[in-house]
Design a protein around this ligand. Structure first.
Ligand code: E4P
Length: 217
């Protein structure tokens, strides 16, 4: 499973990039707001740092305007992936822009039928939002599993990008189901390294090592 970082914070992305844990980045208007940065500038900085696709989201609601915005975002760098919402206008923009050879991430997916439409519109990625479904007492992981089955039934090439991930456990479950990609906030990716028994074991080793009086360097 590929790891995308769901953030527009350059320092946080760089820290994970240095660990080799960044296969791509996803941003959205809320994350741009949180960063306090200009969308074109910060997206360019992220694109220059990361080898993989960087999703940048259009904000128009009508297809022609989405297409124009998508083309402008694509001009930022070669690794831009244009993000459009899962509406009929978004699907139309997806069809046109993917036909021009751009990578497309269709976002705000909350049903298997929406994912089926995105695949038929030529999406590179479909982004089902797990956490926001869980917030509504609907099992977000069940949606990932349904989309996996449908895409495999018909050999769709669209990749499942599990999004709105809120915990390390979400990462594990998305990997078990077979999501192609999971995008998560930096804190969630770092939390995957945590285990209480690792901390306890390391503490024990350090105490015993101190008692030996030895040094390696
Ligand atoms: C994905 O591309 C979205 O930016 C993101 O995962 C949304 O997550 P949220 O529901 O935590 O805002």
């Amino acid at each position: 499973m590929k790891f995308f970082v769901d953030s527009a914070e350059v320092d946080a992305i760089a820290e994970l990039n240095d660990l080799g844990l960044v296969d791509g980045v996803t941003t959205n208007p809320s994350l741009i707001l949180k960063s306090g940065r200009d969308i074109l500038e910060v997206t360019k900085e992220i694109c220059d740092m990361v080898d993989g696709p960087v999703s940048a989201e259009v904000v128009a609601l009508e297809a022609d305007a989405m297409i124009a915005e998508g083309r402008k975002l694509a001009d930022i760098a070669e690794n831009i992936c244009i993000k459009v919402p899962l509406t009929l206008d978004g699907l139309k923009a997806c069809r046109v822009l993917s036909g021009e050879g751009h990578k497309l991430n269709v976002t705000l997916c909350f049903s298997a039928n929406q994912a089926l439409l995105a695949a038929k519109a030529g999406a590179t990625y479909i982004s089902p939002f797990i956490g926001r479904l869980d917030d509504q007492n609907i099992d977000g992981m069940e949606l990932i599993a349904d989309i996996r089955t449908i895409y495999d039934n018909y050999d769709f090439e669209t990749q499942i990008l599990a999004a709105s991930i809120r915990s390390a456990n979400h990462m594990k479950e998305a990997a078990l189901i077979g999501a192609d990609v999971a995008t998560a906030p930096p804190a969630v990716i770092k939390a995957m390294a945590n285990h209480v028994l690792t901390d306890k074991g390391l503490d024990g080793f350090m105490k015993d090592w101190a008692k030996t009086g030895q040094k390696i360097l």
